[in-house]
Design a protein around this ligand. Structure first.
Ligand SMILES: *[C@@H]1O[C@H](CO)[C@@H](O)[C@H](O)[C@H]1NC(C)=O
Ligand SMILES: *[C@@H]1O[C@H](CO)[C@@H](O)[C@H](O)[C@H]1NC(C)=O
Ligand SMILES: *[C@@H]1O[C@H](CO)[C@@H](O)[C@H](O)[C@H]1NC(C)=O
Ligand SMILES: *[C@@H]1O[C@H](CO)[C@@H](O)[C@H](O)[C@H]1NC(C)=O
Length: 405
């Protein structure tokens, strides 16, 4: 009985998730009217040969890391606006993440120290969840990133991973000599002298409705914009498998969907963004973030924001130094179809399909975004597309199996 209830609940949760994703995905405004050059994907170099054939991927990805700590940034469910504001006022003094602390004040120095390591590219990721929920999927993201982008530097902006526990979790990667740091975020410093400074001030005054969406999502959206604006480089989500060297990309963003007839983009995504320091478009994103913040609509500040701003600016001089990549580049499979990539082929026909898909992705994609909300719990079966790609694009995944589970 209990099991049945649980499974009903799981189904319910999944349906809600699907509805949400449908909502995010549905192309509300197809861009027939924009003039942006929707440049085709540039040809990619040949992929690397197999690097490791002994990766035990199933066990890497199967383990579930239970979140033991409560996330302090989740407003109470079903609270009214006034209740949320009250909740937030009470929470504010505890929210370290919004403050400059002794530890976070070394943010700038630590990022610059990393960049002194002759980086081929400067990558950023953000991890605002507890360290213990940084699991095998995230390890695979970082492993494949360094494996396919030689000489890269990566700063993971994370208060939880910048700790002895975080060090233990990331140790297999440190052991490889990758140029990697986990660094405590200084949000007040990051937004200083940007359009988002006023937003943070309002938020900290306690007079703002934090919305019904976990605040850490907003902070993740804000932080990625602010860090790219102030440092330049590449922002990446943590649910990605990297396939090809992207260190040569400049000022680029990817479409997650396009119109099959016109080939124009219909929705951009902010899971991957490459921008030079002080890019005017990034300033515009921050401005948009600060002025149109709507905490109750999923995605309003995320994929919608970059799509909205780029659509509005069109090809305006000063803002148009940007390449918009077709979905193949960063999002070759949408969230509806992605489950198929995890399945072992059952027939010769399916095996051919796996082979062809692996070839196409190795040739035409920089990475695969895994839509973790949908795929986090799906097992990577041996012989599947994912299994093949992961085992040929990772260095330490075997070690991760040994030392991380
Ligand atoms: C920096 O890296 C480049 C290749 O990315 C290399 O050619 C160069 O020698 C390196 N410089 C130093 C000082 O290590
Ligand atoms: C967080 O973002 C959501 C939209 O994604 C918005 O509705 C909400 O107001 C934001 N929260 C704050 C405190 O700005
Ligand atoms: C556009 O960006 C590229 C890459 O950063 C840069 O080399 C070029 O000078 C920029 N062009 C303009 C007109 O700003
Ligand atoms: C991790 O694996 C690499 C080869 O893949 C090996 O050289 C290294 O010694 C291993 N490290 C540990 C700690 O097992």
């Amino acid at each position: 009985m209990r099991a049945r209830k649980l499974s009903i609940f799981a189904n319910f949760t999944f349906s809600v998730l699907l509805l949400y994703l449908l909502y995010i995905e549905s192309p509300k405004s197809t861009l027939y009217d924009n003039n942006l050059p929707f440049k085709p994907n540039v040809p990619l170099p040949r992929p690397y040969g197999p690097m490791s054939s002994s990766c035990n991927i199933n066990s890497v990805v199967d383990s579930e890391h239970k979140e033991k700590e409560l996330d302090p940034l989740l407003p109470p469910r079903k609270a009214s606006k006034n209740q949320r504001i009250d909740w937030f006022r009470r929470k504010l003094p505890e929210l370290e993440i919004l403050k400059s602390t002794t530890k976070s004040k070394s943010f700038h120095t630590r990022v610059l120290d990393l960049y002194n390591k002759n980086c081929s590219a400067q990558f950023f990721m953000i991890w605002l969840s507890p360290a213990n929920s940084f699991g095998p999927r995230e390890m695979l993201a970082i492993d494949t990133l360094f494996t396919t982008n030689p000489g890269a530097c990566l700063a993971i902006l994370s208060n939880s991973l910048d700790s002895p526990n975080g060090y233990t979790i990331l140790k297999p990667l440190f052991d490889q000599g990758f140029n990697l740091i986990a660094v405590t975020i200084d949000i007040p410093f990051l937004v200083k002298n940007t359009p988002a400074e006023a937003w943070l001030k309002r938020l900290k005054s306690g007079n703002m409705d934090p919305g019904s969406i976990p605040l850490f999502m907003n902070l993740s959206d804000l932080t990625r914009l602010a860090v790219l604006y102030k440092y330049g480089g590449v922002y990446l989500d943590t649910d990605i498998i990297f396939l090809n060297d992207m260190t040569g990309l400049r000022n680029a963003i990817g479409a997650q969907s396009s119109d099959p007839a016109t080939k124009r983009w219909t929705r951009l995504n902010n899971a991957v963004m490459v921008f030079d320091i002080y890019h005017p478009l990034m300033r515009e994103f921050l401005q948009e973030y600060a002025t149109t913040f709507d905490g109750n609509k999923w995605g309003y500040n995320s994929p919608y924001l970059v799509s909205r701003v780029i659509k509005r600016l069109g090809n305006k001089p000063g803002y148009n130094n940007l390449t918009i990549f077709s979905p193949d580049a960063f999002y070759p499979v949408n969230w509806i179809k992605i489950q198929k990539l995890f399945k072992k082929p059952a027939t010769t026909r399916e095996a051919k399909w796996v082979e062809k898909t692996v070839q196409d992705m190795n040739k035409g994609s920089y990475m695969i975004h895994l839509w973790n909300k949908v795929t986090r719990k799906i097992k990577i079966e041996e012989g599947s597309v994912m299994h093949t790609l992961v085992s040929t694009h990772c260095t330490v995944c075997g070690n991760i199996t040994n030392s991380h589970i």
